[in-house]
Design a binder for this molecule. Sequence first.
Ligand SMILES: [Zn+2]
Length: 294
Amino acid sequence: MIRGFASFTGTVALVAALGTGFVSSASAEPSFPADEFVAGNLVYVLMHELGHAQISERALPVLGGRDEDAADVYAITTMLAMGTTMSDWVLEQSAIGWFLLAKREERTRATLTFYDEHGLDKQRAYQIVCLMVGSDPKKFKQLADESKLPDSRRESCGPDYRNASYSWQELLKPHRRSPDRPKTRIDVVYGEAKGKLKVHADSARAMRLLETLADWAADEYVWKAPLTIEMRACGETGANWSPFTRKIVLCYELAEELAEVYRKYGKGMPIATRKSAPLSMAAFVPISSSALAK
Ligand SMILES: [Zn+2]
């Protein structure tokens, strides 16, 4: 079991309590607010970028050849190994995120780029659902039902999950930090944000989004040299890891894009609009000082 995001648990509760979170639209009447959806998806994106960092830092073999798939599988299996209410919730929000992006693609009649280095949005959504249900068919049955994942596929998701989880665990075993080893420095930077991006910068800061990930990654793994995790205005949407600057960059524009996708396409979607989410806010534990002091 990987040590979980104890403080992420409180992060979302915190942002909800502050009420100053990511933009949510009253007109869309979502059953859970856009800010929580955005926060969950940003955590997933950061874990995906950390997956790229793991691969390039440690020169890990990527069987199958696609870095993007490997980074997704890292994010998914790492959070499934945490097994907390929060990590499960992040994965669910991310699956919803990919489904909504696919919906946008369909509505705008975008041409599907089958040659892209990433899987198609819907495939990335189903990859999350499949590995979740593969790890625990009972726990994630509702999600699989609502995503209309066929029974035949659910059965093969078990071996998929075991392969994926085993592969990542084996590869990262030598790089896990034992308590007696010093922690690698991981800096966090929140760049300036203007206009409609400002609310996303403020929310991320209030949530300690980057600090939480940095603390966890420094606690969990030994790194070759210090890293940086930065949020900034990029002029376009996206996120990336650069092995040259040793930096993960998450663009504020991506938070805005997610909020917009949720507002436009979230309504009427079975998963995104269900009244009783299986992982309710009540299940979240507030931040404890011990979790932060770690
Ligand atoms: Zn990527």
